[in-house]
Design a protein around this ligand. Structure first.
Ligand code: UT7
Length: 303
């Protein structure tokens, strides 16, 4: 489709494989599948859920929210919910929100889903972006009890001055869909890769360092860094500056590429499957993305 090579993609990004959803699959379908798996593993019924947060930049449609569609499919009759738009940092913002809702006693449980069907908004004639993104969903169930103590703290930042460097220009109120916007391919992701790369390398380290310092912790106290999976060079630079060896960093973008809000639950899942996470371990989640958005969370693993 574009002039590129497997070698370039592997060397410059670390990506080997990506998953693309079948045309009939939308974001809510993947979100429901992830949610069902989480509920099944916990032995919980959808009807027991109290809130659902769907973190996504690729909702099924502008409205109703994907959270409403998911709530209906899960039969989660008691749950309220909403979509959260923060691109690659979305899942962490959702997790922080869920942790607060549970810690205040407002809810006993909140389901946080990171789901993106990036293939629907990627321009497969643009080699700067089409080699990066994949489709995925993952879910965390945050519950009162041990999870209330699991959340240690967060540091989240947004910097709108970076808004132009990664965006989907059309389809909103600024540039509603028209024949012109479609012919100009404005409903696709536009990225100035180098700008975003430079910001990500600087910010991901800085936000981790500041969060650890705020809690009187050092990188050596962290069992695992679970970062957003955009580019292995961004993750490697962050790990190196924090002084974390490879076995303390989760990288799985070789298998999935950048799945936006999906990366952190997917990487966590792999860490669990590979027995890299035990109850009581200190986890540092970190992400940087469009907006700009950035965030980190310290979490004591609860099960
Ligand atoms: O998750 C949301 C946040 N997004 C990110 O974190 C993405 C951050 N950015 C990146 O990961 C990297 O900037 C990219 C992977 C997108 C690009 O890598 P880069 O090392 O920054 O490449 P570049 O844009 O500086 O381009 C280097 C060269 C250029 O050729 P010349 O001018 O040196 O001849 C590009 O035209 O590589 C060329 N190039 C490609 N070549 C083969 C750019 N894309 C490709 C490609 N295949 N797909």
């Amino acid at each position: 489709m574009v002039e590129t090579s497997d070698e370039w993609i592997r060397e410059r990004t670390g990506i080997r494989e990506r998953h693309i959803a079948n045309p009939e699959i939308a974001t809510s379908d993947m979100a429901v599948a992830a949610a069902r798996q989480a509920l099944c593993e916990r032995g919980m019924a959808g009807a027991e859920l109290e809130a659902i947060i769907v973190c996504t930049v690729t909702p099924d449609m502008m409205f109703p929210s994907t959270a409403c569609l998911v709530q209906h499919q899960l039969g989660a009759l008691r749950a309220w919910g909403f979509d959260l738009v923060a691109a690659c940092s979305g899942f962490l913002y959702g997790l922080t929100t869920a942790a607060q809702l549970v810690a205040t006693g407002a809810h006993r449980n909140v389901l946080v889903i990171g789901a993106d069907t990036m293939s629907r908004i990627i321009d497969y004639t643009d080699r700067g972006t089409c080699i990066l993104f994949g489709d995925a969903a993952g879910a965390f169930l945050v519950e009162s009890g041990e999870d209330s103590e699991a959340y240690i703290g967060h540091l989240h930042e947004i910097d709108g001055s970076g808004g132009d460097f990664l965006k989907m220009p059309a389809g909103g109120s600024r540039l509603p869909a028209s024949q012109e916007t479609v012919s100009e391919r404005l409903h696709y992701v536009k990225q100035e890769g180098q700008q975003v790369f430079k910001f990500a390398v600087r910010k991901m380290y800085e936000i981790c360092e500041r969060l650890l310092e705020k809690h009187g912790l050092s990188p050596q106290d962290v069992k695992l860094l679970i970062p957003h999976q955009a580019n292995k060079r961004i993750i490697a630079a962050t790990a190196q500056r924090l002084g974390l060896p490879d076995d303390q960093v989760v990288i799985n973008l070789d298998k999935y590429g950048n799945t936006t809000a999906g990366t952190i639950p997917l990487a966590t899942r792999d860490a669990i499957t590979q027995n890299r996470l035990k109850k009581g371990d200190l986890v540092l989640f970190a992400a940087v993305g469009a907006g700009y958005t950035a965030g980190a969370i310290l979490w004591r693993w609860g099960y």
